[in-house]
Design a protein. Structure first.
Length: 194
């Protein structure tokens, strides 16, 4: 008969104890039995066994990765991030939601304010502070180059024009005698683009 000799988690008893109600009997040990460690054959065997164990442990240490001390991301507590949306209802819906503020970080995950779950750091992108972002939205872009995607049929030239608050474009000249910033009359965006 063979039986496991591992204690049960709930009861803490061995399977043999549960089945038979008594402890497992061990084979009888002679009273005069003892191992002489000073015996050369046993001593050589123990030294060889220790060498083999040492070589295996060195091989295992060589294959294991060292513990990660620095995170694989640059996010810190207090940073502002946007979080990638993996499922969108339409292709016109934004890919990112947020901005959210980072509350806690680990080496791989980030906890954001207002979100119950931890999110992997690779699903986030660091952004500027929303207060700075709002100030940037209040300031109008100075050149057409900085404007990404004018609405409707408004178009401006890539170089040599400046966007004015009323939506018109003012021509700008360089040092060679062409129109400078502020010179000339504002022209409509339709006339500036081609």
């Amino acid at each position: 008969m063979s039986i496991r000799n591992t204690p049960d988690r709930k009861t803490g008893q061995l399977p043999h104890d549960i089945l038979l109600g008594t402890a497992m009997r061990l084979p009888a040990v002679p009273a005069n039995a003892h191992v002489n460690i000073t015996d050369d054959m046993v001593l050589d065997y123990c030294k060889g066994l220790a060498d083999v164990v040492r070589s295996f442990s060195q091989q295992v240490e060589a294959t294991t990765l060292p513990p990660i001390h620095d995170p694989g991301h640059n996010l810190r507590t207090g940073d502002w991030v946007v979080i990638r949306k993996h499922v969108r209802k339409t292709c016109l819906e934004p890919c990112w939601k947020g901005p959210k503020q980072v509350v806690l970080t680990t080496t791989t995950a980030v906890k954001c304010a207002g979100i119950l779950k931890w999110i992997h750091a690779s699903h986030m992108k660091k952004v500027a502070c929303p207060l700075d972002h709002e100030e940037a939205l209040l300031r109008l872009p100075t050149t057409v180059r900085q404007v990404s995607g004018l609405e409707g049929n408004q178009r401006g030239t890539e170089t040599g024009s400046e966007l004015v608050e009323d939506g018109s474009v003012t021509p700008v000249r360089d040092e060679g005698g062409d129109l400078q910033e502020g010179d000339g009359e504002p022209i409509s965006t339709e006339a500036a683009g081609e």
